[in-house]
Design a protein around this ligand. Structure first.
Ligand code: GDP
Length: 132
C-alpha cells in the first residue's frame, strides 16, 4: 500500500517509479479508501498496541493505493526498498527515507512474509482483479 500521507503529499508517481525501476511487476492495483472496519481487520495483529487507534485513524483518513507486486525474493527485496519502519532509521535512498514523515505516517506498507502477502493480496483484490 501507498499510505494516506504519501498520497496526500503527491508521492504516488515517485513511489511507483522507484518500485518499477527496482524490478517489481505490478499484477494488481487500485486507488481506494479503507473503512475503519477494513483497517481494523488489516492491522488486527496490532490490536492492543498503544498506537493502534492512531494507526486506524491514519490509515482511514484518505485514499491509499494498494497493489500486488511480483518479483523473485519479493518480500525481502521490497522491505529493503522501503526501509525501516521509522524513517529516521531507514537507509539512504529507501522509500521511507525519501517520502515518510515519521514512524506512524511512513508512506508505504510491505508484507512481511509470503504467507501474509497472499492473505493481504486477497484482502484487497478479488481473483479477477489480479493479472497473472
Ligand atoms: P512495518 O511492517 O514496517 O509496517 O511495521 P509494523 O508491522 O511494526 O507496524 C505496522 C504499522 O504500524 C507501521 O508501518 C506504522 O504505520 C504503524 N506503527 C508502528 N509502530 C508505531 C508507533 O510506535 N507509533 C505509531 N504511531 N505508529 C506505529
Amino acid at each position: 500500500m501507498i499510505k494516506p500521507d504519501a498520497v496526500e503529499s503527491g508521492y504516488i508517481g515517485p513511489i511507483l517509479a522507484k518500485i518499477s525501476s527496482a524490478g517489481f511487476k505490478i499484477v494488481a492495483m487500485k486507488f481506494t479508501q479503507l473503512s475503519r472496519r477494513d483497517a481494523r481487520e488489516f492491522y488486527a495483529i496490532h490490536k492492543g498496541r498503544p498506537f493502534f487507534d492512531e494507526l486506524i485513524q491514519f490509515m482511514t483518513r484518505g485514499p491509499i493505493v494498494s497493489a500486488i507486486l511480483e518479483k523473485d525474493n519479493a518480500v525481502e527485496d521490497f522491505r529493503a526498498l522501503i526501509g525501516a519502519t521509522n524513517p529516521q532509521e531507514a537507509a539512504e535512498g529507501t522509500i521511507r527515507k525519501l517520502y515518510a514523515k515519521d514512524i506512524g505516517e511512513n508512506a508505504v506498507h510491505g508484507s512481511d512474509s509470503d504467507e501474509n502477502a497472499g492473505i493481504e493480496g486477497a484482502f484487497h483484490f478479488s481473483g479477477r482483479e489480479i493479472y497473472t
